[in-house]
Design a protein around this ligand. Structure first.
Ligand SMILES: NC(=O)c1ccc[n+]([C@@H]2O[C@H](COP(=O)([O-])OP(=O)(O)OC[C@H]3O[C@@H](n4cnc5c(N)ncnc54)[C@H](OP(=O)(O)O)[C@@H]3O)[C@@H](O)[C@H]2O)c1
Length: 241
């Protein structure tokens, strides 16, 4: 349940209510971790992914454990209308998103010349187009949340350099880190925190979804750079307590 507002600000967000957090990729792995952590801290959450059964189970678990409202939105993110459809749905429900975690993603691996073009198109749509359009759709409400607003883009250590055999995945993540850095600069003075999370190999369903062990042998585990230049936003995700 939402906590009762003491006084609403001009944008209609209660100053006493933690902002609602939209997490894409909430059905497993890192996204599920973000959703769980935020709910534990009293944030209402919007859970987005394709597997509605998993989202429903997580929503029930979070609502029971933490007395928050968890809204499930089952969506296939390669659909270029997904961001607007999700936004319109939440508008109708009266849900204003103050924190956006763009986490959904997957990778393809193998020599570029052998890659399936349709799968590459899907990868670019999920890893690049979807977080771009979701960020564009929700950025005004993040800015309205001011210092309580946050944008977290889940990128990768693979974003810091070209990586043969996961060329498209690394290029997608380079885009994500670059986009995040630019938005971070544009939002300076708004109070909104902007973070590019760049994980190394993390034990999730990612490798199973990729259908290849090349990520373990060639991928972000072998990244030679573990930090970003000072002109970029923090690459460490910090969920405020
Ligand atoms: N694990 C790692 O080693 C690692 C390292 C660096 C960066 N990352 C990044 O971390 C993020 C999360 O990955 P993870 O490790 O947590 O992997 P994961 O366990 O496989 O989770 C991926 C999530 O993305 C969602 N997703 C995939 N395709 C989608 C689509 N078409 N529409 C909507 N949602 C979709 C999945 O949900 P559904 O299948 O239910 O749709 C799932 O919730 C990704 O962006 C990944 O690139 C992971």
């Amino acid at each position: 349940m939402r906590t009762t507002s003491v006084a609403d600000d001009d944008e209609g967000i209660s100053m006493s209510t933690p902002p609602t957090v939209l997490v894409t990729g909430a059905s497993s792995g890192i996204g599920k971790g973000f959703a769980t952590r935020y709910a534990r801290q009293g944030h209402d959450v919007v859970l987005v992914a394709r597997r509605a059964d998993r989202l429903d189970a997580l929503a029930a678990e979070l609502e029971n454990a933490h007395s928050v409202t968890a809204t499930v939105v089952s969506a296939d993110l390669p659909d270029p209308t997904a961001a607007e459809t999700i936004g319109e749905h939440l508008d109708r429900e009266g849900i204003e998103v103050g924190i956006l975690v763009n986490c959904a993603g997957f990778g393809t691996a193998g020599p570029f010349i052998e890659e399936d073009p349709a799968r590459l198109a899907d990868e670019i749509a999920v890893d690049v187009v979807a977080p771009t359009l979701l960020t564009r759709r929700f950025l005004p409400s993040l800015v309205a949340a001011g210092t309580r607003g946050a944008l977290i883009m889940v990128s990768s250590t693979a974003s810091h350099q070209p990586v043969p055999n996961i060329a498209v995945y690394a290029a997608c993540k380079a885009y994500v880190t670059s986009l995040t850095a630019a938005i971070w600069k544009e939002l300076s003075g708004t109070g909104v925190r902007v973070l590019a999370l760049c994980p190394g190999p993390t034990d999730t369903e990612f490798f199973e979804a990729a259908g290849s062990d090349r990520f373990k042998s060639d991928g972000s585990a072998r990244s030679t750079r573990s930090s970003t230049p000072r002109s970029r936003p923090s690459t460490v995700a910090v969920i405020p307590s």
